[in-house]
Write a protein that binds this ligand. Sequence first.
Ligand code: NAD
Ligand code: TYD
Length: 356
Amino acid sequence: MNKDQMVNGNQESGTFKTILVTGGAGFIGSNFVLHMVSKYPQYKIINLDSLTYAGNLDNLKSIEGNQSHVFVKGDICDAQFVNSLFDEYQPDAVVNFAAESHVDRSILDPQVFLRTNILGTQTLLDAAKNHWGSKPDAKYVQVSTDEVYGSLGETGYFEETTPLAPNSPYSASKASADMFVRAYHETFGLNTSITRCSNNYGPYHFPEKLIPLIISNALEDKEIPVYGDGMNIRDWLYVEDHCRAIDLVLHKGGAGEVYNVGGHNEKGNIDIVKLVLKELGKSEELIKYVKDRAGHDRRYAIDASKIKRELGWEPEVMFDEGILKTIKWYLDNKEWLENVKCGNYKDYYSKMYSEK
Ligand code: NAD
Ligand code: TYD
């Protein structure tokens, strides 16, 4: 494939036959798989996930038996395996969600982040490069994060041109992966796009992350640990809005382009904690200020004007609505939460799927 052969790399109304989604049993990946299967029944979705602690096939129960979704258990770092998957299914697009995604875990054990997030990405890029010589319209989308830009002061926004300045082992590994994606576009002409999204929230969010942790602990009247002074700011986006953005980038994103995705919704952590406690009718006495996270980024805020201008994306679910939907989802799905907390969700795979 030659870069010049791509019409600006832009699949204006690109369509695909088979999409390899990696990490599709995790929080955002499973929401994306559900979105794609419902919106594009003509596509085949190959869902590759190694089912780490964060992968949960319960998230995909509603599409069980659906012929357009194939789940495959496997590791994105295993080059032989990934290449055999390309041989077998001939995907014409890849959307890479698979990652270690929790900052606190990256502080405790950085190496697994390096392996999955960097080596895994490079392995996927390599397989795509080796299989897509005759498919100039094939597309690789890397799902990255705003955390690669580091931390903002009280003002300003991350733009796509903001220099990368990651502060945690997690964000360093995601930034490195982004650099490999860039390099495979520049060097090999691979049709790649990168999305950099702010913090997501919504259904199927693993209860180690702030919002589901608050809900989960509050339901059990357990303390809610608030790091530092609780004044760190995140820009929250409802997960379905992120999925719609990735869908657009997959179909219309320019080759070699980066798109920031954000909710225009900056909130201090403590304000979120208080809001969720209030909605659940729980006391603020559950709040426990604890030692700050090492290297804790102070503020994230996204300038998402490029994706709005070029692809017409805007968030549809405002925070006031999204947080109520999310709380309701956890209240309506207590079994899902219990299964995650007691580890039962891990049995599902052995019951439903055979090892590849
Ligand atoms: P998650 O931790 O919920 O899910 C990650 C999934 O990847 C899991 O299903 C896990 O089993 C799978 N996985 C891990 N290692 C693997 C490997 N070696 N091979 C195959 N599968 C593997 O993460 P998430 O919150 O859904 O995030 C998905 C992606 O979006 C990540 O790349 C993350 O960096 C990015 N992102 C997340 C957020 C957020 O707020 N959660 C925001 C912006 C970007
Ligand atoms: P988190 O959900 O881990 O996402 P990220 O670190 O990727 O932004 O954390 C969101 C914010 O909430 C972050 O500033 C850290 C803070 N936090 C707490 O105060 N207490 C907690 O128990 C957790 C998990 C996070």
